[in-house]
Ligand binder design. Structure first.
Ligand code: ZN
Length: 200
């Protein structure tokens, strides 16, 4: 993350002074492609909370070309549901999207992407107003296009309130919400779409 990116993010946050900043304990993580499907620290239910409404403004902060293109793919996946996802910058943004070389150690060990609830105006309602999505280039920089798409679909799925799908519940083996990124699963399946739609 560059300094200018950081300051832009800070400005974006400062522009919502009335909101309560809340770092939730639940972080939504995804494992790197090819890794053993070990459960990450959030367990099988990676949930950043559902969004507060279906209007979903995404803002990209100086993303690499691959990350940007994959995000557009993920945006299109959200739009298959009742979510109305578009790109927009400014104080009403719902998803702040970053990529950086976060490393391969500590809390980033084995983690190619991470989504958390950055800002929750009414924390008691369980909804999330602003998510922060981070792609870890330390792993994803070497991804091919479909692994990138799987990663973006997965992380943006968390911003629509989706948790993880396990192998027994993904009988068609076709959901990007599996814990392990796989280039053969770059999309939401019908179950994921139904789950998003059932939120509203
Ligand atoms: Zn995840």
């Amino acid at each position: 993350m560059t300094t200018s990116t950081q300051s832009k993010a800070n400005r974006a946050l400062r522009s919502r002074p009335m909101r309560i900043l809340l770092a939730t304990a639940s972080a939504a993580l995804v494992l790197l492609a090819g890794a053993a499907p070990v459960q990450a620290s959030h367990g099988g239910d990676a949930n950043s909370g559902p969004p507060d409404n279906t209007t979903h403004y995404l803002e990209r902060f100086n993303l690499t070309r691959a990350a940007s293109g994959a995000t557009t793919h993920g945006l299109g996946q959200l739009d298959r549901s009742v979510m109305d996802a578009t790109y927009a910058d400014g104080p009403e943004t719902d998803v702040l999207i970053y990529d950086a070389y976060y490393g391969r150690t500590g809390s980033w060990q084995g983690i190619a992407g991470r989504t958390n609830c950055q800002e929750d105006e009414w924390w008691w309602d369980g909804d999330c107003d602003v998510y922060r999505l981070r792609y870890n280039l330390s792993y994803a920089a070497s991804y091919g296009i479909d692994s990138w798409r799987s990663l973006a679909c997965h992380e943006l799925g968390h911003t629509a309130g989706l948790g993880h799908r396990s192998a027994p519940s993904d009988t068609d083996n076709n959901s990007c919400m599996r814990n392990k990124i796989d280039s053969s699963r770059p999309r939401f399946d019908a179950h994921d779409i139904s789950a998003i739609n059932a939120t509203f």
